[in-house]
Design a protein around this ligand. Structure first.
Ligand code: PSU
Ligand code: MN
Length: 299
């Protein structure tokens, strides 16, 4: 059921660096048409770092690892948002299934991919426990030996609560040249990371050691280069409006992102696009460095 593209399969077979990328942000994180550009730019950043991109999604009854440009273009706003529990149904029902971080992690685990890039990790939604909305990204990361590079946790969530849950789940939260977990649009002001790393090599060595100890997922937070420090009032407005319109569950994140992109005059859109690509690039660098870290570890 899982079909791995030739280039990805060859790289995995020789133990080369591979970075998994998701398709939910392509389909639902950007205005129509723009998500595909973000996906392609992310793939380019992975390649520039010397790694092979493996974009994941469900197409024609298959769970695909590695997509052509035409295939990527099929992940539009009509695609299903596919978390861990949705993969089987999407495949059997021949849906176009855009995988979230959690959904992508399931596939990465099956395919033997150790690194992934995204925009922001999902987590505990604000207002918990009413409703008790906690992204399946967290539970999946807790049981998958993959290092995910993100701009921290999406700021529309309850970020401190998410950081607590990550600690409970035993997920290391590394900061890339920062002591604070980035807040997606904003670089500063987040909860403390469990460790700060200065380089891709240091992150790779910690991932290697964590996996040697039987640990599972790690988060590497990369602060956005263009920190937007005034988005919080807009986020609160977006969440109020979503609530008033009865938007709930899986639909909240896409609703809020498009509200912000519109109401910020495109500032959040640019920031989001740039951070997704930069995170993919850093994931590529860590994947590359991991080849060295794991060889040193064995010698
Ligand atoms: N990062 C972005 N845009 C997105 C997401 C992350 O820049 O749309 C998506 C990811 O696919 C993540 C999902 O897995 O949001 C989490 O959604 P939820 O909180 O509904 O589980
Ligand atoms: Mn949810």
């Amino acid at each position: 059921m899982i079909v791995v593209a030739d280039e990805v399969r060859d790289a995995l077979a020789r133990g080369g660096p591979v970075v998994a990328l998701e398709t939910t942000l392509v389909a639902h994180g950007f205005p129509p048409g723009e998500g595909v550009e973000v996906g392609l730019e992310s793939e380019r950043c992975v390649r520039d770092a010397g790694a092979v991109p493996a974009t994941v999604g469900v197409l024609d009854g298959e769970i695909r690892v590695g997509l052509t440009q035409d295939e990527l273009a099929r992940f539009d706003a009509d695609a299903r948002k596919v978390g861990p529990r949705d993969l089987a149904a999407a495949a059997v029902q021949q849906a176009v299934g855009a995988t979230t971080v959690g959904g992508t992690l399931v596939v990465a685990r099956a395919a033997g991919i150790r690194f992934m890039g995204t925009g922001g990790l999902g987590g505990v939604h604000r207002g918990f426990p009413d409703p008790p909305d906690v992204s399946a990204d967290l539970s999946e990361l807790a049981r998958t030996q993959v290092l995910v590079v993100s701009a921290g946790v999406k700021s529309l969530l309850d970020v401190p609560a998410t950081a607590e849950v990550l600690e409970t789940l035993g997920v290391p939260v590394l900061g890339f040249q920062t002591d604070e977990l980035p807040l997606f649009y904003a670089a500063r002001g987040g909860p403390r990371t469990s460790a700060r790393v200065e380089s891709p090599d240091e992150a790779a060595r910690i991932a290697y050691a964590h996996w040697q100890l039987g640990g599972a997922g790690l988060l590497l937070g990369r602060p956005p280069d263009d920190s937007l420090d005034d988005v919080e009032p807009l986020i609160e407005q977006a969440l109020r409006q979503a609530h008033a319109e009865g938007v709930a569950g899986q639909a909240v994140t896409p609703y809020v992102l498009s509200f912000l992109h519109r109401e910020s005059g495109g500032r959040t859109l640019r920031a989001n696009r740039d951070l997704v690509a930069a995170n993919a690039g850093l994931a590529g660098e860590v994947a590359k460095a991991y080849g060295r870290a794991s060889t040193d570890g064995r010698s």
